[in-house]
Ligand binder design. Structure first.
Ligand SMILES: *[C@@H]1O[C@H](CO)[C@@H](O)[C@H](O)[C@H]1NC(C)=O
Ligand SMILES: *[C@@H]1O[C@H](CO)[C@@H](O)[C@H](O)[C@H]1NC(C)=O
Ligand SMILES: *[C@@H]1O[C@H](CO)[C@@H](O)[C@H](O)[C@H]1NC(C)=O
Length: 416
C-alpha cells in the first residue's frame, strides 16, 4: 500500500520538476548563474591577477573582524588563540551583474574566487590557522548590487604575542592580530577598516588569568625594500588579574616569613626546634618560588614576583642566621658554665698566671666563701645577651618586613 503511494508521489514530483525545467528554460528568472555571466563580455579582458584600480587609485579593501573568542593564552610559548569572523569587502567594477538582480545581494559559489581577483591578505603573526569544514566549509561570498564583493570566513587562529614579564604578575600584555597584503604594494591595494563597524569583540570573553581591558584597531603598514605593504591590526590589551597570585603566592609567602619569626619566641637552648623551623620555612619558600613561575618561560631578567620572593627568602635566611648568632653567643658561655660545678683546681696544677689571678681574687673569695656570687655568672650573662638578640629581632624583623612590603605594594600600586 505504502509502496504504491510512494511511487505515485515520486512520479508527481518528477513531472513537476520536468515542468519547472521546461518553464525555467523559457523564463530567465529561473536560470542559474554561471561564473562566465559575471565576467565581461570578452572574458580575456578580465585579468584576475590585476586589482580593479578605478581611476588609477589603489583598490580599497574594507575589513571587518568579529572576535568570538580569545583563549589559550600561553606565557611559555607566548601564543594565544582567537576565533574570528573575518570579512573583506572590495568593489570590482569589471564584473557584470546578473540580469535583473532585484535583491540587495546574491550568494555566489566560493570556488569562483579562484578565477577572480581577490585580496591576498595573510595573518602576519599567525602560527597556525584552522579553517573549519563542518558541516560545510565555513565561508561565503556575496555579490552586492553595486558590484561589491563580500568574502566572509570563520577561522581559528593561533597567534604569537610578544610578552614582557618585567613586572609580572602586575603586567599588562598587548596581543595583536595582524593582517598584511602578501604581494600588493600600497600603490595597488590598501586595506581599510570598515567605516561602520570595524571590530566587534564578544562581551562575554572570560580568560582565567587575564582580563580584556581594551580592544582597538590600528594600521601597521610596513615599509620593505620592495615597497610599502598595507597592513591592519587588532590590538587586545590584556591585564593580569592579581587575585590568583594574591592567594596562591603573596599571602602564603608572607605567612611563611611570619612563621619563621616564631623561632624568636622559642628559648635559645631549643636548637632542634629553632633550626628545624628555619630550614622548613626556607624549603617551603623555595617550593613557593618554583610554583610561582611554573607557567612562565625562563626569562633572564628579574621579575617583580622574583624580587618579592628573593626578599622573603633573605628574611627567612636571616632568621636562621639570627639563631646561629644566638647560639654562638650562648655557646661561648657553655664551657665556663660547666666549670663552676667542680671545685676550683688546686693552685699546684695551675700555671703561674692563673696563680696570680687566684691571689687577686682570693680576698673576694674569702669574703663570701659559701654564698653565691653577687653578679650573674658568665653563662647567665651570655644567656641574657642571647635573649636580648631575640628580643630585638622580635621587633626588628616584623618592622623591616612591613616596611619592605609597603614599599613593594606602593611601587606596584599603579599597575593593580
Ligand atoms: C529584466 O528587466 C528588464 C526591464 O527592467 C526587462 O525588459 C527584461 O525582460 C527583464 N529580463 C528578465 C529575464 O526578466
Ligand atoms: C571593545 O572596544 C569597544 C570600543 O572601545 C568597547 O565598546 C567594547 O566594550 C570592548 N569590548 C570588550 C570585550 O572589551
Ligand atoms: C612608503 O612609505 C613611506 C613613509 O610612510 C613614504 O615616505 C614612501 O614614499 C612610501 N613608498 C612608496 C613606494 O609608496
Amino acid at each position: 500500500m505504502e509502496e504504491i503511494h510512494g511511487s505515485g508521489m515520486f512520479s508527481a514530483t518528477f513531472s513537476s520538476v520536468l515542468l519547472l525545467l521546461l518553464f525555467g528554460r523559457a523564463a530567465n528568472a529561473q536560470k542559474s548563474l554561471e561564473f562566465f555571466d559575471l565576467l565581461p563580455e570578452d572574458p580575456k579582458l578580465y585579468d584576475k591577477m590585476r586589482p580593479p584600480k578605478k581611476d588609477g587609485q589603489p583598490t580599497a579593501v574594507y575589513f571587518h573582524v568579529t572576535v568570538m573568542g580569545l583563549d589559550s593564552i600561553d606565557e611559555n610559548s607566548m601564543t594565544y588563540a582567537a576565533d574570528i569572523f573575518f570579512a573583506q569587502t572590495w568593489k570590482d567594477n569589471r564584473l557584470r551583474l546578473p540580469e535583473n538582480m532585484t535583491s540587495e545581494y546574491r550568494l555566489l559559489e566560493v570556488d569562483w574566487l579562484k578565477n577572480m581577483w581577490r585580496p591576498d591578505s595573510f595573518f602576519k603573526n599567525a602560527k597556525s590557522v584552522t579553517f573549519q569544514t563542518m558541516t560545510i566549509p565555513n565561508h561565503y561570498l556575496w555579490l552586492y548590487k553595486d558590484k561589491s564583493i563580500l568574502y566572509m570566513v570563520k577561522l581559528t587562529l593561533k597567534l604569537s604575542c610578544a610578552m614582557n614579564f618585567l613586572i609580572y604578575p602586575h603586567d599588562t600584555q598587548e596581543c595583536k592580530l595582524q593582517m598584511e597584503s602578501l604581494s600588493h604594494t600600497t600603490d595597488e591595494m590598501i586595506f581599510q577598516w570598515d567605516p561602520d563597524v570595524p571590530l566587534v569583540v564578544d562581551e562575554n570573553i572570560e580568560l582565567p588569568q587575564l582580563q580584556l581591558v581594551k580592544n582597538y584597531t590600528a594600521d601597521c603598514t610596513q615599509v620593505y625594500s620592495t615597497g610599502n605593504f598595507t597592513c591592519l591590526e587588532v590590538v587586545f590589551v590584556l591585564k593580569r588579574r592579581l587575585g590568583y597570585y594574591l592567594f596562591h603566592t603573596y599571602v602564603p609567602t608572607c605567612l611563611i616569613v611570619i612563621m619563621s619569626w616564631v623561632s624568636f619566641w622559642i628559648k635559645p637552648e631549643a636548637a632542634p626546634a629553632r633550626v628545624t623551623l628555619g630550614v622548613t620555612s626556607l624549603l617551603t619558600l623555595s617550593t613557593q618560588h618554583a610554583k610561582s613561575q611554573a607557567s612562565l618561560p625562563p626569562v633572564s631578567y628579574l621579575k617583580a614576583v622574583d624580587a618579592f620572593m628573593s626578599v622573603c627568602t633573605v628574611f627567612v635566611f636571616m632568621a636562621l642566621m639570627e639563631y646561629c648568632l644566638v647560639n654562638i653567643v650562648l655557646g661561648d658561655s657553655d664551657a665556663p658554665a660547666a666549670k663552676p660545678a667542680p671545685p676550683p683546681p688546686p693552685p699546684s696544677s695551675s700555671t703561674a698566671d692563673s696563680a696570680k689571678l687566684d691571689k687577686i681574687f682570693d680576698i673576694a673569695a674569702k669574703k663570701s666563701p659559701a654564698g653565691p656570687p653577687p653578679g650573674p655568672t658568665p653563662a647567665q650573662k651570655a644567656r641574657i645577651r642571647a635573649l636580648n638578640i631575640d628580643r630585638f629581632s622580635r621587633f626588628f624583623f616584623p618592622f623591616l618586613f612591613t616596611v619592605l612590603n609597603v614599599t613593594y605594594w606602593i611601587m606596584f600600586a599603579e599597575y593593580i
